[in-house]
Design a protein around this ligand. Structure first.
Ligand SMILES: Cc1cc2nc3c(=O)[nH]c(=O)nc-3n(C[C@H](O)[C@H](O)[C@H](O)COP(=O)(O)OP(=O)(O)OC[C@H]3O[C@@H](n4cnc5c(N)ncnc54)[C@H](O)[C@@H]3O)c2cc1C
Length: 426
């Protein structure tokens, strides 16, 4: 295996997962990252002396590959992630919490005790859970999440406060536009199987510490090389980057950058066109820094909008007392507002959610990721990890068929490409 060097283009979670898997198998890796730091869309940013994230992230217990690769790289999920039973709370309006009971009792008990929804909604939801658990190919045709929920008679507050927010959180695509098939896959992974799959895992450290920092150390300790601030402009044939030969090249960039690298090879032009047609959805994270004593009743709280979806207490999570991260997902019109207006609106929404006045934030900062995720629509065709050019592979959240744009999709795709290379190398 030695000498068969592999280039990984892109140091987001997909590229890092791929490089970690290959390094663990003794394959020499050279990772090229265009930015000054690793992590891609899930990384640390320094704001006001705090180590924050370019976007507040949530993981769930069903992220099995992410948890496995974190452990492999030496990042301990038990220390770095706060594990909580799934709880969605909109104070005074709705709440559901899945208790620590064996599956599927946790679903039944959680639903029975849910507050803020009518008994008829609970019954319809129980039937829906049952249909989900029964598996099969529901939905048979890939329709929108809204249509699928209509078919299963999911209405009222359960839809407004449970299914719609879960769809936005998991697919970052509004229910009217989102793929029911992908949403069903996520729900099955989270709600079917072990109870732990549905747990929320909230980062207790900045995202770079959760995986990229440990991955970089792991790769370097096994003789791999990481080249930062190195944008790859072309992949040459036979496989080489700037005249340096590689046995395999894994492109682990986001869809647009991947298309740029694929377009010039006749065999991969079709895949480039496929990725060029992707649409994207934004996510905003607005940090509101309150006096240290301000705390939320739980680490994560639902906001019933119209602008904010979730509020996270970074004090409870990472020790940044008084700092609240508000998440604004796709489908809203928040991106039309300036930072001041957004911060003022979210401050008011937070006070309304909590049911009491709050002192004004000491500072605020908005981070807008305009291409946070691909738009996860019905019938979206996804590229396969293996390309038509021998030795050229794809990773990245878009290359994980059946899964939305998430950390888990990125990690799975990276592991998939690595396994393909290892199988080829025999
Ligand atoms: C604000 C926000 C919130 C999110 N919230 C969640 C969440 O709660 N839960 C969840 O699971 N997911 C969430 N996601 C999605 C998740 O972050 C992404 O799905 C995941 O990080 C994608 O990883 P990736 O490695 O596929 O791509 P990227 O992170 O985009 O990594 C690609 C890397 O390739 C580099 N690159 C590109 N072109 C080149 C080139 N030519 N040469 C060298 N390097 C190159 C880029 O600089 C980048 O570092 C969120 C995303 C955002 C932006």
């Amino acid at each position: 295996m030695s000498g068969a060097r592999v280039a990984v283009v892109g140091g987001g979670w997909a590229g890092l997962a791929c490089a970690v898997e290959l390094s663990a198998a003794g394959v020499p890796v050279c990772l090229f990252e265009a930015a000054k730091q690793l992590g891609g869309r899930a990384r640390r940013v320094e704001i006001g002396g705090h180590a924050l994230d370019n976007g507040q992230h949530i993981l769930i217990g069903a992220y099995r590959e992410t948890l496995r690769v974190m452990r492999l790289a030496g990042a301990d999920p038990e220390r770095l992630l706060l594990r909580l039973p799934l709880e969605i709370a909109y104070p005074g309006k709705f709440s559901i919490r899945l208790p620590r009971l064996p599956a599927p009792l946790h679903l039944a008990a959680g639903l029975l005790a849910a507050a803020g929804c009518a008994p008829g909604e609970k019954l319809a939801a129980a039937r829906f859970f049952h249909a989900l658990r029964a598996g099969g190919r529901d939905p048979e045709d890939d329709v929108s999440v809204a249509e699928w929920l209509d078919r299963h008679r999911q209405r009222g507050n359960l839809r407004r406060f449970l299914w719609d927010p879960l769809c936005l959180a998991a697919l970052n695509t509004a229910p009217d536009d989102a793929s029911a098939r992908i949403f069903a896959n996520v729900l099955r992974e989270a709600l079917d199987g072990a109870r732990e799959n549905s747990d929320l895992l909230l980062p207790r450290a900045d995202l770079s510490r959760v995986f990229p920092d440990a991955a970089a150390c792991f790769i370097a300790a096994r003789g791999g090389e990481i080249r930062l601030s190195r944008r790859v402009a072309r992949i040459e044939r036979p496989l080489a980057i700037a005249g340096e030969n590689f046995a395999h090249v894994v492109i682990a960039a986001a869809p647009r950058q991947t298309a740029d690298l694929l377009r010039e090879h006749p065999e991969t032009r079709e895949t480039a066109a496929l990725l060029d047609a992707y649409r994207f959805e934004p996510i905003g994270t607005v940090y509101l820094a309150y006096p240290d004593a301000i705390r939320l009743p739980s680490p994560m709280l639902g906001m019933s909008g119209p602008i904010g979806q979730w509020a996270f207490d970074r004090g409870r999570l990472c020790g940044a007392d008084g700092l609240i991260a508000c998440v604004l997902s796709a489908g809203g019109h928040w991106d039309e507002h300036g930072d001041e207006t957004l911060a003022a609106a979210l401050h008011a929404e937070l006070a309304e959610t909590l049911g009491h006045a709050l002192p004004g934030p000491v500072w605020h900062r908005a981070i807008r990721e305009r291409r946070a995720t691909f738009s996860c629509r019905p019938g979206l065709t996804r590229p396969t990890p293996r390309t038509a050019v021998p030795g050229l592979w794809l990773a990245g959240d878009h290359a994980c068929a059946g899964y939305p744009a998430t950390l888990e999709g990125a990690v799975r795709s990276g592991c998939h490409a690595a396994r393909g290379i290892l199988a080829k190398n025999g």
